[in-house]
Ligand binder design. Structure first.
Ligand code: NIG
Ligand code: FE
Length: 411
């Protein structure tokens, strides 16, 4: 099956030779071709170039005049599987409580855990699948999805099995992350060590045995897990071949970045609060992606990660949604890009690199996704007519994505 997209106003994010990520000043470059064609064959990108070299034959031809074609977004940090919603806490915050205060009262993540434990897997699956279809319509072609609302063996397994079933229901690329260490559940408040023991001695071996996770995550924060607990869990995950992707520095600098670096984590995520020493640590560990989630501080009315400072220091950053019922009830990658530009002073080109190739790196899919490169998966979207690339983050809240193609199939 040959699908030809022709007369493309701008074909965005092309790479003649694949790179694994872009960092620092290189993030400002977004190689593109005006008046271009893109040929997709059997689910892969077969060729692309200027219209003067456009092939004539194809099984299906789409005319994209006035429109742009992008590689789909790689949303490398989500909590897509959850039960219920938490708009009560949203109102509590409007009235003055903070996210951390709500967590300490047993709300927050524990609130979602109580609901998830009582929700059948079939219901979780159906709700998550609807969210998946929704984010796909926003141009997302790959997702990382975390557990972390089970917080006991059975319910963590239930979540991870739902993620495993989601993988079979879509052409999208999905990676599963075990986040048993999301918060200390109520019943272990007086005995934290027993909960960490449960994760290390029972949850991880079982999850590894069933092959249910690709990565292991810990929420390293004052309201969640200490650095010592985080290190213990990362080390245990590593024994089963699970690389770490760590929630850290959302509210406090307490050594989470350094702990992640010590264990060669794949990414550190959030980073709303980052000091000089931590920037130095990130500079010394450039294989570890810094994943920024600006929808979370938007929704919590908190401060944003110092993206400008990080990129100017030569670092790579990725952008993801953090889609979850507490801090980010939204999976809109285009809105994340707008926030990155407006609130973090990233340029549109930097934001697009962060949401495509760098997001792909953060789920180890950079050889198959994240750019328009011959041989990569045919995951692309066609926009509505647009005057320029900057129009994408500029027109925040407007749906600009017209056609989504995953593995060569028009969705
Ligand atoms: O990434 N910070 C920890 N975890 C999620 C929020 C989870 C929740 O509040 O349900 C986050 O923001
Ligand atoms: Fe998160």
């Amino acid at each position: 099956m040959r699908l030809l997209i022709r007369d493309i106003k701008t074909l965005v994010q092309i790479e003649e030779r694949p790179t694994s990520m872009v960092s620092g000043s290189a993030m400002a470059d977004l190689p593109s071709i005006d008046n271009a064609f893109l040929l997709l064959e059997n689910g892969y990108i077969a060729d692309f170039g200027a219209m003067e070299n456009c092939p004539e034959y194809a099984d299906k031809i789409i005319n994209a005049s006035g429109k742009m074609v992008f590689p789909t977004w790689c949303d490398s940090h989500t909590h897509l599987v959850y039960a219920g919603s938490r708009e009560g806490e949203f109102v509590d915050r409007i009235r003055g409580l903070t996210y951390e205060e709500i967590t300490r009262r047993g709300g927050g993540i524990m609130n979602s855990a109580k609901r998830l434990r009582d929700t059948p897997a079939e219901v979780l699956l159906e709700n998550a699948y609807q969210r998946l279809l929704e984010v796909q319509s926003y141009g997302t072609g790959a997702l990382e999805i975390k557990s972390g609302y089970g917080l006991n063996l059975d319910s963590e397994l239930k979540m991870l099995r739902v993620i495993q079933r989601l993988k079979t229901m879509t052409e999208m690329t999905i990676k599963a992350t075990f986040l048993g260490a999301h918060v200390i559940p109520q019943e272990y408040k007086e005995n934290r060590t027993a909960y960490v023991d449960l994760i290390v001695d029972q949850m991880l071996p079982r999850i590894a045995e069933e092959g249910l996770a690709d990565y292991c995550d810990v929420f390293c924060e004052k309201v969640a897990f200490s650095v010592a607990e985080t290190e213990r869990i990362i080390a245990a995950g590593q024994k089963y071949g699970l690389k770490a992707k760590i929630h850290t520095n959302q509210f406090n600098s307490m050594g989470g970045i350094q702990a992640a670096a010590k264990y060669d984590a794949l990414s550190v995520d959030h980073l709303e609060v980052v000091n000089e020493e931590e920037i130095d640590c990130l500079k010394a560990n450039k294989k570890m992606m810094s994943t920024l989630l600006p929808s979370a501080p938007f929704f919590l009315n908190d401060h944003y990660p110092p993206a400008r400072k990080m990129i100017d220091a030569g670092l790579a950053v990725a952008l993801a949604t953090d889609f979850n019922p507490g801090s980010t009830p939204s999976g809109r990658m285009p809105f994340v890009l707008s926030l990155a530009c407006v609130k973090m002073k990233m340029t549109p080109e930097e934001a697009i690199n962060a949401a495509t190739i760098n997001g792909a790196y953060a789920i180890e899919e950079q050889t198959r996704l994240g750019s328009i490169t011959r041989g990569k998966l045919a995951n692309v979207f066609i926009t509505k007519p647009m005057p320029s690339v900057a129009y994408m983050p500029y027109s925040f809240g407007t749906d600009l994505i017209e056609t989504v193609i995953i593995k060569g199939k028009v969705i």
